[in-house]
Structures are given as structure tokens and as C-alpha cells.
Design a protein around this ligand. Sequence first.
Ligand SMILES: [Zn+2]
Length: 272
Amino acid sequence: MKEKRDCKIVQDLLPNYIENLTSKETNNFIEEHLKECDECQKILENMKKDLQTDSVKRDNREVKYIKKYNSKLKILRNILLFIIVLFIIIVGRKTFILVNLSNKAKTFENNQNFHSKTEFYEKGEMRTIEVYKKQDKILMTWTKYSQDKDKIKQIFYKSGEEKISLIDNGKTKTLTKVQDIIVDPISFISNNFFINLYTAITTNIDKVDLNGKKCYIIRDGNTEKFVDVETGIAIKEIDNKNNITVDYAYEFGVVEDSDVIRPDTTEYTIIE
Ligand SMILES: [Zn+2]
């Protein structure tokens, strides 16, 4: 009878015994009993077997889960790789366009013979700047048109060492000497590769047709800059925030000597 009662106790303890959760004394008691009891011995063996198949099942589940997780990770990695490649292609294309335009602009920026007309529109006012340049001769006319004010006209003339400014505000006409007159064609494109790379990342660049002229439009927040595909020189600039529009028109190699004749200064008062 005593043995049967021990069996009950031992069998209750066996699960913990397998998991090594029992004390040394209890282990001794169980092991002593197992030596003499075949039935409990068998039960222990079966329990161990069950535990093994359980762990195998658990392992299989884990392997399945890891496989599933890995394939998801692979898909995610491929999507990320695709986005990176797409980003590089788009930025690369834009950088290529900008570098190409800056190379073209370089030759036109230093052109010694050109005619340009620039029109500024701002808050109901229009200003125009017209330039004729032929080697060291420059004739630049700056006109401001206003709805409620008189027209103001300023002429800059440069021929060799002579550099003068003529202002006609509708009432008085004055002549002053100026330091220098710089009228180089405007290009929106930098010569610096890294600035072009930054521009490629931060702006949108599209090819558009503007009044029959092929150009690239560079959109950066509130501003839109139009650049001539052939020359890399500015065509138009729109500042939507400040409501300013500037139109540029350039013609290269068309200026004759008769376009850069010294203006008549007889009516102007000289101011030192
Ligand atoms: Zn027993």
C-alpha cells in the first residue's frame, strides 16, 4: 500500500522533475522510487518522449515562422532597393541635365555680342532693361513704367574707358560717371557640381515648350525658372509668392556698330 501511495506522489512530481524544478531531496526520493517501480519508470519515459515530440513540433512552428518572416523581409528589402535605384535614376537624370545646361551657359555667359531684353512685372509696375553689347561697347536702357507715376528712363553707356549714366525722370536730365557696367547674360544654373546635385534633389525639372522655345522648367517651392535648352540661359522667372514675373530674351551675334552709338547727351546736366 505504501508503494502505491508513493507512486501517486512521484507521478505528480514527475513533470517538475523533468523540467529540473524539483529540489535535491525530492530528486533523491523520486530516483529511489524509480529504481524499484517499473510503472513509474515507464510513465517517466513516456513523459520524456511526449516532451520531445512537443519540442519538435514547436521547433517546426518556429522554423515556419522564421521562413515567413525572412520572405517578408526579403520583399521589404527589394522594395527599399527599388526605391533607392529609382531615386538615383531620377536624381542622376536631373543632375545630368543641369551639368549639361551649365556647360552650354558657360560659352553664352561670356558672349561679347548680344542683344537682350528683360521685362520685370511687379505689383502693376513694369520695368524693362534692354542691352546691346558689342565687345567693349555697351548700351543699356532701363525704363520704369508706372500707372500713377511718370516714366523714368536711365541709359548706361560704355565705350572703352567712358562709362556714363543718363537719367531722365520726366523733369530733369542728369549725367553721371559710373564705376562699371556689367550686363552678362543670366543663367540660373551653377557651375558647381555639388550645387547642381543639391538642386537635382530639391527641385522638379521638366522639359516644356514656351512660346515655341524648348526649355527646362526648374520648380523650387514658389519659384519657377525657365532655361533655354539650347543655351542654358534664362528665359523666364516666376515668383508666385511675391507675384513677380521676369521675361528674358537673348539674341547672340546680332549687334552691329550702329546699335551701340553714343547717346546724345547735350540736354543732360553733368553731375560730378
Ligand atoms: Zn511507483
